[in-house]
Design a protein. Structure first.
Length: 411
């Protein structure tokens, strides 16, 4: 049985590992497998390549290589930055973040609250943007750190990081940004923006899962999150994941070289997809501001249908997309991002994110546009979520799932 062709529109969730990245990694799995922290020549040769990769990551964000700390993922980087800010200023027990952050921040904030810290989750406007006046007013004498994502993973909305950093600097508060969604899509410069901490994750820029990095500004006080050996200049214990670090470095080079393509060809594909959907499928609306926004991301609400049902039917055609909804035991909770934007629960439950990437083609967009209108029409014809019942949320997702699974398309 031949494998179904994949039409992948979920690049904000993860990306295909670039062939160039795999080629760069293989020698460090096959031959140069030494421990980079070993004193003998075999280890030191590996360390040299690790240092080269660190320099490539530093170049991607215009930092000094000594300011780069390798971690296991974006979540660890985010947790580390907030943890460090609190540990190095024990008298300050207040954290500010936003209501639309990745769960790595939201859940860590909840964890801190259970331990007696105070966390302010800044609200956003209906277009997903942040009111900087509210941010400024929220800073207190006991605020240890402000953590605001550079770009939202669900809507693509970009936050004014330079202005936020300036506010924090003027108030003597550390500033961290989760920049996981940004490399290769927008130019990153930690020097001009003035951030104290910045998180990245390799699997969002065509490198493998399981490796991330945290930028720690020179002279910033720092307390490690993972305690162990002397690796990463004492800032993160654990034997260095050399092959993945090498891959991350190669991916950083590629991200710099493909910035123009993301902002021209990929953006044009995204715009054609979005505009065609909004024009040809009735009762659709884009969630989040049109600009400033990542060039690859569109989040569209399809009124009167459930996103989970749309995704199941797309999946049967080999099309991958996603909703921001949390789904457990057949009950769908609307995305916390869309909820924070005051999108109605019904509309939020019918919202789908399409995130494009370098490997997407015109033909793939054509295929999606060919099948999507029929899927929406079919679901609307059987949906109880009609215009007469705007708050009806009784779509039987469990029954739809069982039918879907029975057809041999386990989701």
């Amino acid at each position: 049985m031949s494998q179904q062709k994949l039409y992948y529109f979920d690049n904000n969730a993860t990306t295909r590992v670039a062939p160039e990245v795999i080629d760069a990694m293989l020698p460090f799995l096959r031959d140069m497998w030494g421990n980079a922290s070993s004193a003998y020549q075999f280890g030191q040769q590996v360390k040299q390549h690790l240092d080269d990769a660190r320099a490539k990551l530093a170049a991607l964000i215009n930092a000094d290589p000594k300011e780069i700390v390798f971690t296991s993922c974006g979540t660890e980087s985010n947790n580390t930055a907030i943890h460090s800010a609190l540990e190095t200023s024990p008298g300050k027990r207040h954290v500010i973040t936003t209501a639309v952050e990745h769960s790595a921040n939201i859940k860590y904030g909840e964890f801190l609250q259970r331990r007696g810290y105070e966390v302010t989750y800044l609200p956003v406007e209906s277009d997903g943007s942040l009111d900087l006046h509210v941010l400024d007013q929220s800073i207190r004498p006991d605020t240890a750190v402000v953590s605001v994502m550079w770009a939202n993973n669900e809507t693509g909305v970009i936050f004014p990081i330079e202005e936020i950093a300036a506010i924090c600097r003027s108030r003597g508060v550390l500033f961290h940004t989760d920049a996981v969604q940004t490399p290769g899509k927008i130019k990153l410069d930690v020097k001009s923006t003035g951030v104290d901490f910045l998180s990245l994750s390799a699997h969002k820029l065509h490198a493998p899962k399981g490796i991330g990095m945290l930028y720690v500004k020179k002279k910033a006080k720092f307390q490690p999150f993972v305690i162990g050996g002397h690796q990463e200049r004492g800032r993160r214990g654990g034997t260095e994941n050399v092959p993945y670090i090498i891959g991350f470095g190669r991916a950083a080079e590629l991200a710099m070289s493909t910035l123009d393509e993301e902002n021209t060809r990929v953006r044009a594909l995204r715009d054609r997809l979005e505009n065609t959907i909004l024009k040809t499928i009735p009762n659709t609306v884009r969630n989040g501001s049109k600009e400033p926004r990542l060039p690859n991301t569109t989040n569209i609400a399809f009124d009167f249908v459930e996103a989970e049902a749309i995704l199941m039917l797309l999946d049967q055609l080999g099309i991958c997309a996603s909703s921001g909804s949390a789904c457990t035991t057949g009950a769908v909770d609307p995305s916390h991002v869309l909820t924070a934007m005051n999108v109605s629960p019904m509309r939020a439950r019918g919202s789908v994110r399409f995130s494009l990437g370098l490997y997407n083609t015109e033909a793939e967009v054509d295929y999606l546009l060919e099948h999507l209108p029929g899927i929406i029409a079919k679901l609307r014809s059987i949906s109880p979520l009609d215009a007469k019942h705007p708050d009806n949320d009784k779509f039987d997702l469990k029954a739809a799932r069982q039918k879907h699974d029975h057809a041999g398309h386990t989701h």
